[in-house]
Design a protein around this ligand. Structure first.
Ligand code: 2HG
Ligand code: ZN
Length: 465
């Protein structure tokens, strides 16, 4: 059954139209629908209106109007977050930041650029690559994910191994606070030791402390030469062992990703891609090396010296070949969704227990949902596994509980990179102590005393702790 949204408080609609223009306050359900359901299809709500400001000043005007009317809001970027943190599940107004697409000139002296919250990751990459630099964060949803969303969720992705996550790329931030005031620290100074790290605090705050409107981003050297290898291995132990060898030997290592036979079969069935090898193998490690000099020889040598771990390997250095190999890994999310709405969990455990956890998880899931199918893949260097569970939406809570408890008991995190959102709200206490949660709650109260910014996301109601 589709719930009707709560009506806009008296006068708020007129106020919002005065700020952003009538065309950018959407109330027709046909127009609001795509903002109300997340990419996976699992999280869905109804919003009284979707507001699309085009400048930071307009965002400030929108937030101030909502504060005055005590109307809760959810900020939204590309809507490809995977934990239900960007959709109006409590009937909030959606503030879409996708019109904030301003992209400043690349500052090659500082190796920085200023980007609006609505700039898509792929556009940012094209822009900075044209100036001979690159951006340190990359992942499959690059064509839809935005700078604002990346920042608000502290996105991770495929290059954390070399460059760290989104927080590490921030040289500054601009955000609208809950009362409509604009917080701006965009000077890009890398040495600025004058108090609390506000960009670091807003990064990963999942829209609960402010609405990110822009960021000053650090850039990294562009690496002209790249080589990608998909390496077939006997299992997850071998993958972890091989990773350790490659990380030790290859200064140029940029990515190390893991997937398994089940995931590969799904990707192939969905995409029609040929098998990477004549025979099937239990697990696959995808690695990428990048450098100003060609890193192919050093990767080939390292693999040859690890012949006891390497069952087979496919290498590519040209762009089409590299993308073809990456497609086996990056194709997982779409191939899984094509099978049905998954329960998505995104965990990390120390590498010392990573193989045991990866082996145990399908059984842990089956204990909670006997008919479920578990597909694992992820960013092995950070011990980060994406646990995708199909045919289990009716057992989502049981599956989540079983997996997250298993992970927490082994020293892991209940959310490695996607964030807490609504999906893991009730389990935050498995990863954060009561003291940490109380401190986070105090920060939230101080910055958003009316509780209007993304209520119901990240921090559980006190009764759940
Ligand atoms: C990735 O690593 C993304 O491709 C999505 O974080 C993971 O679909 C997922 O579970
Ligand atoms: Zn990921």
């Amino acid at each position: 059954m589709t719930r009707s949204p709560a009506p806009l408080p008296d006068g708020l609609g007129d106020h919002l139209r005065a700020v952003v223009g009538g065309n950018h306050v959407l109330v027709d359900p046909e127009l609001t629908a795509s903002y109300e359901t997340d990419w996976t299809g699992r999280f869905s709500g109804r919003s009284p209106a979707v507001v699309r400001p085009g400048t930071t000043a307009e965002v400030a005007g929108v937030v101030a109007a909502c504060a005055k009317a005590r109307a809760p809001i959810v900020a939204q970027g590309g809507n490809t977050g995977l934990v239900g943190g960007g959709v109006p599940m409590g009937g909030e107004l959606v503030v879409s930041l996708t019109r904030l697409t301003e992209l400043g000139p690349v500052d090659t002296a500082a190796a920085q650029v200023t980007a609006g919250a609505g700039v898509r990751l792929a556009d940012l990459q094209r822009h900075v690559r044209a100036a001979g630099l690159d951006f340190g964060v990359d992942f499959a949803a690059r064509d839809s994910a935005t700078v604002g969303g990346l920042t608000a969720t502290n996105a991770g992705g495929e290059r954390v191994l070399r460059y760290g996550g989104m927080r590490a790329q921030l040289a500054g931030i601009e955000a609208v606070l809950a009362d409509g005031s604009v917080l701006s620290r965009m000077s890009g100074l890398l040495k600025d030791n004058t108090g609390y790290d506000l960009p670091g605090l807003l990064a990963g705050s999942e829209g609960t402390l402010g609405v990110v409107t822009g960021a000053r981003l650090r850039l990294v050297p562009s690496q002209r030469n790249r080589v990608v290898a998909v390496v077939a291995v006997g299992g997850v132990d071998e993958a972890v062992e091989l990773l350790a060898v490659l990380r030790q030997r290859l200064r140029t290592l940029e990515a190390a990703e893991l997937f398994f036979a089940t995931g590969l079969e799904l990707v192939r069935a969905h995409s029609g891609m040929p098998a990477p090898f004549a025979a099937g193998h239990p697990a696959y490690l995808l690695v990428e090396c990048a450098d100003r000099r060609d890193p192919t020889d050093e990767l080939t040598e390292a693999l040859a010296d690890s012949e006891e771990l390497v069952r087979d390997a496919a290498l590519a250095t040209d762009a089409a070949g590299r993308h073809g190999l990456w497609a086996y890994r990056e194709g997982h999310t779409e191939a899984i969704n094509a099978e049905g709405v998954p329960v998505k969990l995104d965990i990390a455990v120390p590498l010392a227990v990573f193989p045991a956890v990866a082996r145990a998880l399908p059984t842990v899931v089956s204990g909670a949902a006997p008919h479920a199918r578990t597909v694992l893949f992820g960013h092995i260097n950070e011990g980060n596994l994406h646990v995708n569970v199909l045919d289990a939406t009716d057992r989502a809570e049981e599956v989540t509980d079983a997996v997250l408890r298993h992970v927490a008991a082994r020293g892991g995190s209940i959310s490695a990179e996607h964030g807490v959102g609504r999906a893991k709200l009730a389990w935050l206490g498995l990863s954060r102590s009561p003291t940490e949660i109380a401190a986070m709650r105090a920060v939230k109260r101080a910055l958003d005393p009316q509780g209007l910014l993304n209520p119901g996301v990240l921090l559980p109601p006190p009764s759940c702790e």
